[in-house]
Ligand binder design. Structure first.
Ligand code: PLP
Length: 411
């Protein structure tokens, strides 16, 4: 008799975005004339830039000719891409990486979800709250999150990030084995200064903690002095894995390509404490068994982002989204809302007025202004009392949405 992995049964079925879709559909049925604007979309909307399209066409043609056809590629990714990453994403920030420290993947979700394979199932974990749900759910699947009691997981140390602490998580006063950090943050759009990130690296070095650093939104950072990579902090090579993705940076949500950095000096202990094992080696072993590489076409597409044209074109798209963010940030602040994020990330985290619950405010916004947002509580208990707006939409829709909210506020 085959038995199921019972940890999966602990996962909650009601997925946030399915609940939202259900409510929006009900609204559309009862208000057939309403033009609904979604500020809840977590996907990019601008098309791929010309430099990427050109590179993909060329790669497709290569695949169609016997002389240049490519079959299985290296599991860690092609050198042309790993070298472009080192040269463009890290060297200019004074970070020296070796190609063997970079693992090309099919997007950051896979690796942030799978990385737990190479560490013990009973490590304790710490997460900022609210947070990207993949981190928790992937730990639930192997039993590492413990059991769900009174709205939280028993083996997860939640580090609340709210207006009260300026969205700076408090460093635990005890040892936690693994810590997930995501900066710029999804869903709050907030960032950590170099000083704050340094405190985390020092905590990790003191406590032998592994930091899992998700920098998927690094390209949206606009302010000086905000770290783009955790390796800008001295000592991070010994305690941190970094995840990057082209999904938001270059509109690759449908193309699929990203990468993970595991420095060669990063190690973790065996349970008896007698040996230190290189995580780079373990991940390589895991990937060569369970992953057969990202498509050649996707990797050529990613490489094209680093050409002068590719850089300028992707920057223009990011600027478009960030101009949306600025527009919404200024308008909402002017209307009296308390708005966080939105300056170094495509997300705005809006505090609901008068302590309204996330879902109640969601309904109000939908029924008064035909606007869809994402209830903050869907990202964790500390998200209650907030909603997330994204700047991935059309400029005209952002403007129209702001007009509608202003009208609603005035009546
Ligand atoms: C969108 C997103 C990613 C990227 O996911 P891909 O699998 O690369 O598309 C990673 N982390 C966070 C927090 C995200 O929001």
């Amino acid at each position: 008799m085959a038995l199921v992995n019972e940890h999966y049964l602990k996962l909650s079925d009601n997925y946030l975005f399915a609940d939202i879709a259900k409510k929006v559909n009900a609204y559309k049925v009862s208000h057939p004339k309403a033009k609904v604007i979604s500020l809840g979309i977590g996907d990019v909307t601008r098309p791929l830039v010309p430099a990427v399209i050109e590179a993909m066409h060329k790669a497709v043609d290569e695949m169609g000719s016997k002389a240049s056809f490519r079959g299985y590629g290296p599991e860690r990714g092609y050198d042309f891409l790993r070298e472009a990453i080192i040269k463009n994403d890290y060297l200019p920030r004074g970070i020296h990486l070796d190609p063997g420290e970079i693992f090309i993947n099919d997007g950051a979700k896979s690796d942030t979800g799978n990385i737990g394979d190479i560490v013990r199932w009973d490590n304790s974990i710490g997460m900022t709250d609210p947070i990207y749900p993949v981190y928790i759910d992937s730990n639930v699947m192997c039993g590492r999150a413990g059991t769900f009691e009174n709205g939280s997981w028993s083996n997860v140390n939640y580090m609340p990030c709210t207006a009260e602490n300026g969205f700076v998580p408090t460093i635990p006063d005890h040892r936690v084995d693994m810590i997930y950090l995501c900066y710029p943050n999804n869903p709050t759009g907030t960032v950590l200064s170099k000083e704050e990130l340094r405190k985390w690296v020092n905590y990790a070095l003191r406590n032998d903690t592994l930091i899992l650093y998700d920098a998927a939104y690094e390209a949206f950072i606009r302010e000086e002095g905000i770290p783009h990579s955790i390796y800008e902090i001295k000592g991070a090579r010994k305690c941190a894995i970094e995840f990057r993705s082209y999904s938001k940076t270059a509109g690759f949500t449908g193309v699929r390509c990203g990468y993970t950095v595991i420095p060669k000096d990063l190690t973790a202990a065996t349970i008896d404490g007698t040996r230190r094992i290189a995580l780079n080696h373990l991940w390589d072993r895991r990937q060569s068994t369970k992953f057969n590489g990202t498509s050649y076409i996707s990797q050529r597409a990613a490489e094209a982002i680093y050409t002068p044209e590719g850089k300028a074109q992707t920057k223009a798209v990011i600027d478009y989204y960030m101009d949306n963010a600025t527009l919404m940030y200024n308008e909402l602040t002017d209307m009296g809302f308390k708005v966080f994020g939105g300056r170094n990330a495509p997300y705005l985290w809006v505090q609901t007025p008068d302590n309204t619950s996330s879902w109640k405010f969601f309904d109000q916004l939908l029924y008064s202004a035909s606007i869809v947002c994402t209830p903050g509580v869907g990202f964790g208990p500390s998200g209650e009392g907030y909603v997330r707006l994204t700047s991935f939409g059309e400029r005209e829709d952002c403007e129209e949405a702001m007009r509608r909210i202003r009208e609603w506020m005035q009546c």
